[in-house]
Design a protein around this ligand. Structure first.
Ligand SMILES: Cc1ncc(COP(=O)(O)O)c(C=O)c1O
Length: 457
């Protein structure tokens, strides 16, 4: 068997990012002020000037600054690989390809935007960046970006992960970050949560509140966010653009594109450029876009599509998105990056208009898929993209039954080298197949209805 690996020369690192906003099938609902219900922008005290500009930009192509492309050279272009051994194990006539982002220094797609945000912050004279992290991939990427552009970083890490993944903390500290378990005693919002529940395991919503408060109350600092908002998602489109070139090189084109979704940045990074091909008529293929989440955090498959806050302490404006409610405390699944209550508003529009389909799996199914992948393809996946592996296996099995020779592409957005506890728990039958209860989703909807009755109009 010959390993099929499509590499690109360094010069092929994209020179522009793609912004999907002008090509969405319906206008993107604006962010709203919770009191006045008037459209608002992201708070300027929190973000670098250029990130704010990109956030509301309707320009389709945005130039990537040369210093950012220069850092991308450390690991980009990333490879496109064909999973032939997995195909054989599944006896499928489908071809399975994956774009692998685990080759970056922190081990995922996250530095594609962390590096850009750090560069723009440095241009504004910022001295320190604050952020939250769930599984640690995002915090590590911010720490790396700040280290390369010579700034300090402060990371609020969801308490459950802080203790589950000590080596992620050490990685961040190696790149110079200060890391606190969230909820922490560093901020008012952290102290308030601890007062109400000293044992709180934390959540991404709480950690965001802490990082935002820290930046708001310190002049030298700005805040950096790892997903959900537009400027972050568009920075990830280097992934899809490279994949397009790699498919062109082998004269193939995917029928189905699959990725996991926490806040939606990695999936958007892969799918947006292919979606652009469909809206601009560059392909006549009716490409299927499939986003995969966890049954423990089924924001899009089960959540309500309405306005909600991005954080627990209601510091952010209201975003129209699929949500489980900003008070959501996730079950303790190992896919920390998929434990966010909301989703990118752009994904919500694409889903609401039938462009993006969604599916959810429990963590036992996804680790089973990740084990098969590790044993056939050698790579140990992070728990988040294991959801995409499970979905691609399902699609490949469907092809076995139907005889269709589909070309399937999925995003392996990170490796799982810091997730050995999760694999150990799977191997020793200690994982639970969490499913978020419907009553909790209804409760969250009632709470939102009380706060903002107009949001369900
Ligand atoms: C490896 C990995 N994959 C996926 C995600 C989910 O985020 P997003 O949907 O923004 O890609 C995360 C988030 O932390 C992550 O670390």
């Amino acid at each position: 068997m010959t390993q099929i690996k499509v590499s690109l020369p360094e010069e092929e690192i994209p020179k522009q990012w793609y912004n999907v906003v002008p090509d969405l099938p319906a206008p993107l609902p604006p962010m709203l002020h919770p009191g006045t219900r008037e459209p608002v922008e992201l708070p300027p005290v929190l973000f670098p000037t250029e990130c704010l500009r990109q956030e509301t930009s309707k320009t389709r192509w945005i130039d990537i600054p040369e210093p950012v492309r220069d850092v991308y050279r450390l690991w980009r272009p990333t490879p496109l690989l064909r999973a032939k051994r997995l195909e054989e194990a599944l006896k499928t006539p489908a071809k399975i390809y994956f774009k692998y982002e685990g080759t970056s220094p922190p081990g995922s797609h996250k530095p594609n935007t962390a590096v850009a945000q750090a560069y723009y912050a440095q241009q504004d004279g910022v001295k320190r960046i604050t952020t939250e992290t769930g599984a640690g991939q995002w915090g590590s990427s911010v720490a790396l970006g700040c280290s390369l552009f010579e700034m300090d970083s402060t990371v609020y890490m969801v308490k459950a992960s802080f203790f589950q993944k000590p080596y992620r903390r050490v990685m961040m500290e190696t790149w110079g970050a200060e890391v606190y378990p969230s909820p922490s005693r560093q901020t008012k919002s952290g102290k308030a949560i601890l007062k109400a529940d000293p044992q709180s395991p934390g959540s991404l919503g709480i950690a965001i509140s802490e990082a935002v408060e820290d930046a708001m109350t310190h002049d030298e600092a700005k805040y950096s966010i790892g997903s959900v908002v537009n400027h972050v998602l568009l920075h990830q489109t280097v992934i899809g653009q490279e994949a397009q070139q790699q498919f062109a090189a082998i004269e193939e084109y995917p029928d189905t594109i699959i990725g996991c979704i926490g806040g939606g940045s990695s999936f958007s990074g892969l799918m947006w450029p292919f979606y652009h091909d469909t809206v601009s008529g560059k392909t006549s293929k009716d490409v299927e876009f499939l986003a995969v989440e966890s049954t423990a955090c089924p924001s899009v498959t089960k959540g309500n599509y309405c306005y909600d806050h991005g954080d627990t302490a209601r510091m952010t404006p209201l975003l129209k998105m699929h949500t489980l409610g900003h008070m959501f405390i996730p079950p303790p699944i190992h896919a920390g990056g998929l434990r966010y209550h909301g989703i990118a508003p752009t994904i919500s529009v694409l889903n609401d208009n039938g462009v993006v389909k969604t599916k959810a799996y429990n963590q036992i199914e996804t680790f089973e898929a990740a084990m098969l992948f590790a044993r056939t393809e050698g790579i140990i996946s992070a728990p988040e993209p294991a959801h995409a592996i499970m979905a691609v296996i399902d699609e490949a099995v469907k092809c076995r039954k139907s005889g269709e020779e589909k070309i399937l592409l999925f995003l392996l957005c990170g490796h799982g080298h810091f997730d050995m506890q999760a694999y150990d728990d799977y191997i020793n039958n200690k994982l639970e197949p969490f499913k978020y209860p419907k009553e909790k989703i209804d409760e969250a909807a009632q709470e939102l209805q009380q706060l903002y009755p107009w949001t369900f109009e």
